[in-house]
Ligand binder design. Structure first.
Ligand SMILES: [Zn+2]
Ligand SMILES: [Zn+2]
Length: 276
């Protein structure tokens, strides 16, 4: 189909967590949480990324106190060849060809690759853009953020969602921002997990897709309404809103069965898309 977005999901690496930590009432089985990045091509606006994933620089950054605590709590499995910038090079896409990078939220597994895309406009929620740069040291770590992963010119390149035209309301998820004014990418707030978290509804050649970021850890969490444990929620911006967003995603799934919902770390999404 021409005239529609195309989309590819790329794996940037993974961590291993016990299933019960991210889905209440489940087993102690280890869950491989891949950090997926969406590479999108828009027929008029070119190459776009939704998040930038893990990147090898994270291993260096995590050697320093207090951020090394993160490494102990969540052992990471990173390989240099999985860096998004490296995977793009293999597709003939240079970093400068990424015109727009949507930051779902500022957790390190979503922004570690930001430095690799110096020419991209950085689209994020206003609340996230205001909040993330203020955090330092332990306060940053408690919110899953490492200040050195933020580009020094974040202010100049940032495009806050409130400068975008309004899109249609989505059932149960509410108002949207229309990134290109053509309805192809609608950004929607998914509050709770991180300040100003965004999802993106895409009208693509693969059908209508909702990139749900960490609004839910897994597709199963949406189907069975299983929020993370209270322990995991200690890092959340607003634990009550985490549960509300999960319930809204389920209600949205029921009212829009045509939409495939893709949480960033879902093993089913990883298995279904990356084995094709
Ligand atoms: Zn997150
Ligand atoms: Zn994440």
């Amino acid at each position: 189909m021409s005239g529609l977005l195309t989309l590819e999901l790329l794996d940037s690496g993974h961590c291993v967590v016990p299933e019960w930590q991210v889905m209440r009432g489940t087993s102690r089985r280890p869950l491989h949480c891949h950090a997926l990045v969406a590479l999108i091509n828009h027929p008029h606006h070119g190459w776009i990324l939704f998040d930038s994933g893990y990147a090898p620089r994270l291993l260096e950054v995590l050697r320093h106190w207090p951020f090394r605590i993160y490494h102990y709590l969540t052992p990471l499995r990173l390989q240099p060849e999985l860096a998004i910038v490296t995977q793009l090079a293999a597709r003939g896409i240079s970093p400068e060809m990424i015109s727009t990078l949507i930051i779902s939220h500022f957790h390190l597994d979503h922004i570690a690759g930001l430095h690799d895309f110096p020419a991209a406009r950085l689209v994020a929620d206003r609340a996230a853009l205001d909040y993330a740069p203020q955090l330092q040291g332990m306060a940053a770590l408690r919110r899953g953020l490492i200040p050195t992963l933020l580009p020094p010119d974040l202010d100049q390149r940032a495009l806050p969602t409130d400068r975008l035209p309004r899109g249609p309301e989505l059932p149960h998820l509410g108002p949207t921002y229309d990134l290109f004014g053509d309805g192809s990418i609608l950004l929607v707030s998914l509050p709770g997990h991180a300040r100003g978290q965004l999802g993106a509804l895409l009208t693509s050649s693969e059908g209508t897709l909702l990139l749900a970021a960490d609004g839910a850890w897994t597709s199963r969490a949406i189907r069975e309404l299983r929020p993370p444990t209270r322990l995991t929620n200690l890092m959340a911006d607003d634990p009550r809103a985490v549960e509300e967003t999960l319930a809204r995603l389920r209600a949205f799934a029921e009212s829009r069965p045509d939409v495939r919902i893709l949480p960033t770390h879902c093993p089913e999404v990883y298995a279904g898309w990356l084995s094709r």
